[in-house]
Design a protein around this ligand. Structure first.
Ligand code: HEC
Ligand code: HEC
Length: 168
């Protein structure tokens, strides 16, 4: 979406796209038919007046979703990105936070810091898409969670809310 291959102008495309990607299919062929059909059905039902104006964006989004599906889901092999973890995520699995957390404490009281700036230097931060409007600091900024969750991300792992079944 940030590259624009899947247009952010399409209402609910992220939600609908993720639901179609994460649905259960027996074969790649079935998924490759269900994704365009699901996109078409959603926009025909919810946006009948706009669907033709959306057409070019819908075609591009559908093609991109099929590409994502085919690179990440292997129904014949009964596996997909949710099963074969690569452990570099904070979302689809605990990734870095398997070890970097405050729950694992050695007998001598030591734990491995989960402090974001151990690994990240956030030099610019949204919410705006306009670079000029971003808050920037080459010395690093404190993470601001995109949605106000009252700072609980400091105390609990990202995966307690961002789960594999959500696809993120
Ligand atoms: C031990 C190192 C480490 C720590 C500590 C760490 N991160 Fe990360 N983070 C990474 C790596 C590596 C990636 C890239 C993972 C990837 O490409 O999926 C990443 C990716 C991310 C992303 C992008 C995720 C995505 O999938 O798009 C965000 C947002 C993020 N980190 C926020 C944080 C926040 C907030 C903290 C502190 C609570 C934190 N990170 C702590 C190593 C770390
Ligand atoms: C208390 C629950 C909760 C925790 C903990 C949490 N998040 Fe979130 N996060 C949300 C909700 C709710 C949203 C908004 C809905 C959505 O986009 O799925 C969100 C959205 C986001 C988004 C924007 C996603 C998008 O596609 O626009 C990012 C990035 C993000 N969270 C990163 C993190 C990181 C990194 C951590 C851990 C350091 C974390 N979140 C911990 C609840 C949480």
């Amino acid at each position: 979406m940030s590259r624009g291959t899947i247009s952010a102008e399409l209402p609910y495309i992220r939600k609908v796209g993720l639901e179609l990607l994460n649905a259960e299919y027996e074969t790649t062929e079935e998924a490759n038919a269900a994704i365009p059909a699901g996109i078409e059905a959603f926009y025909a039902a919810e946006y009948p007046e706009d669907i033709e104006a959306f057409r070019a964006d819908l075609d591009r989004a559908t093609e991109a979703l099929i590409g994502i599906y085919n690179a990440n889901f292997f129904p014949e092999m009964k596996t997909d990105y949710r099963v074969r973890l690569n452990n570099i995520s904070h979302f689809t699995n605990e990734g870095c936070f398997r070890s970097h957390n405050t729950d694992l404490v050695a007998d001598n009281g030591a734990s491995i810091t989960a402090s974001c700036d151990t690994c990240h230097s956030i030099v610019a931060q949204g919410p705006s898409d306009e670079v000029a409007e971003l808050e920037t600091d080459l010395n690093g900024l404190e993470f601001v969670h995109p949605v106000d969750i009252g700072g609980v991300w400091r105390r609990i792992k990202c995966t307690q809310c961002h789960t594999p079944t959500q696809g993120y």
